[in-house]
Write a protein that binds this ligand. Structure first.
Ligand code: NAD
Length: 485
């Protein structure tokens, strides 16, 4: 059986910043794969709009190179590549001048969906929005897609929301968090709300704690100076980790629909307790024999920006009171790994005492990176003779085996999200009030570091972060899962 791909409606997509890194690595290769799957109509058009001095042919050449670099070679048949490049066009334009906008209007068709992807620095978002309105390029049905970072604190996020709201209705604004486009994240919701099995257990009575880890093995590399202006709290926790926390903790929405889901996520953010200073640990990686330290990479000897954060988060509501959520993210750690682990309580009593095995609680592990999958840690009897010896095994809950033989076309996060923009489905995008509420909770944590002038702790590259982060769990009688692939 071949999974059925339903084509989206015909569209014109303008990518502001179409020659930039994100467009070249993610957006355009993603669209190419959607074309291959038959989801993107053959008549749809993608217009790159950027400052780069290209004409349409030079842009196609640039995109062609991007496909070679970022799409599996086996998918690059000449006929397909030519067809895709044929759907591209380009307009050189500087967002801050009046030139080019009229020409852009002439390139757009009147009878198809219009989407505008702002793949440029956030300082340009407001200007693009105003120009789109000024030159009447966006009708009531047009959509705009904005990238992270969405502000650097509550004040700037509010200002950005206000700038967009002057020109567009909230239902036209798609704030991307690509973690939400991951297959497994949606599977988390399917597992929670599509099975009666988990929901009765999904609360403080049965869940001991939840750990959410997003670790990178690489340092900040050549992006050090840029990264140093944000840090792990702004770059990872405020958006990706909080979104994962919300989806894990939220109440069942009445239906899987944009505002119903986003209302429930917002309630969780608003229920987060303030974080005490001793419940957050932040760090910077140190140098190895052949690699520089964070301080060297950031080119800022005085840097007090963290590239590692671990924290204990409490949700003050009926379902979760007493069950902490531990969040951890960092650079230059042992492995690249993103996972949510829902750790259930230990069995209340062991009838197998004489085996000497301590019965650990089950754990549901939702893995987003490096590969996607869901496993359940179970205790079973060790097979064979030798008495009642127990052991832990992972029960694979991904569909890979169950659906073997089916031709499943799994889009990556960006592909899925761009198609959702065209479909007009905002479920997997952040609403303005959600982003503001997240900053409202994060700001006091960052402000307290600034006020105290506290410095991040140095940690060994290739490990699991500062010892203080381990202590954060140890003092609660818990421990982090190993950062292994
Ligand atoms: P980039 O610097 O590689 O590209 C910027 C693009 O904007 C270029 O095409 C450039 O020509 C265009 N541009 C700049 N100023 C312009 C102007 N005045 N008028 C017209 N065009 C102009 O940036 P990027 O890495 O592609 O990032 C784009 C956005 O995506 C940023 O908001 C960034 O924070 C966000 N983002 C990027 C990544 C990534 O992996 N690169 C990941 C997440 C979010």
């Amino acid at each position: 059986m071949v999974a059925k791909v339903i084509p989206v409606e015909d569209f014109d997509l303008v990518i502001f910043g179409g020659t930039g890194d994100l467009a070249t690595r993610k957006i355009l290769p993603g669209l190419y794969r959607r074309m291959l799957s038959g989801q993107m109509p053959k008549t749809s058009r993608i217009i790159g709009a950027a400052r780069s001095e290209y004409d349409a042919d030079a842009f196609r050449e640039h995109v062609h190179q991007g496909l070679k670099d970022h799409v599996d070679q086996s998918l690059l048949k000449k006929r397909d590549v030519d067809a895709f490049l044929g759907q591209l066009d380009y307009l050189q334009l500087d967002i801050f001048t009046d030139d080019g906008w009229k020409a852009l209007g002439e390139m757009l068709r009147g009878d198809v969906i219009r989407a505008f992807y702002f793949s440029v620095a956030p300082s340009l978002f407001g200007e693009i929005a105003r120009r789109l309105v000024q030159f009447k390029l966006a009708d009531q049905d047009a959509r705009i897609v904005v990238e992270k970072p969405f502000g650097r604190n509550l004040e700037t996020a509010k200002a950005l929301n206000a700038e967009l709201a002057e020109c567009f209705d909230e239902k036209q604004v798609y704030r991307i968090d690509h973690y939400l486009g991951k297959e497994t994240v949606q599977n988390l919701m399917a597992i929670r709300f599509g099975n009666a099995l988990f929901e009765p257990l999904w609360n403080a009575q049965h869940v001991d704690h939840v750990q959410i880890t997003a670790s990178e093995s690489l340092g900040v590399g050549g992006r050090g100076a840029y990264y140093d202006k944000s840090g792990a709290m702004r770059d990872m926790v405020q958006n990706h980790l909080m979104q994962l926390l919300c989806l894990t903790a939220m109440e069942p929405p009445s239906k899987f629909e944009a505002n119903a889901v986003r209302d429930e996520k917002l309630k969780i953010i608003k229920a987060l307790s303030p974080v005490a200073p001793n419940e957050v640990v932040r760090g910077q990686y140190s140098a190895t024999e052949d690699k520089g330290s964070y301080i060297q990479d950031s080119e800022n000897p005085e840097s007090d920006t963290e590239c590692f954060v671990a924290m204990k988060v409490e949700i003050a509501n009926w379902r979760w009171a007493g069950t902490p959520f531990y969040l951890r993210t960092g650079k230059r750690l042992r492995n690249r790994l993103t996972e949510i682990a829902v750790v259930f309580k230990d069995p209340p009593h062991s009838i197998f005492d004489d085996t000497g095995t301590h019965l650990r609680g089950n754990a549901l592990i939702i893995r987003l990176q490096p590969d996607e999958g869901i496993t359940m840690r179970m205790t079973i009897k060790d097979p064979g003779p030798g008495g009642m010896r127990l052991r832990e095994v992972p029960l694979d809950m991904t569909f890979a085996e169950a659906l073997e033989g089916e031709d499943i076309d799994l889009p990556d996060a960006y592909e899925r999200l761009i198609m959702d923009v065209i479909r007009g489905n905002q479920t997997l995008f952040m609403r303005g009030d959600e982003v503001e509420a997240a900053w409202n909770w994060i700001d006091p944590i960052i402000n307290q570091w600034v006020e105290k002038g506290s410095k991040p702790i140095q940690y060994d590259s290739g490990g699991s972060g500062p010892d203080d982060a381990l202590m954060l769990m140890h003092r609660d009688g818990r421990r982090w899962r190993e950062i292994k692939q």
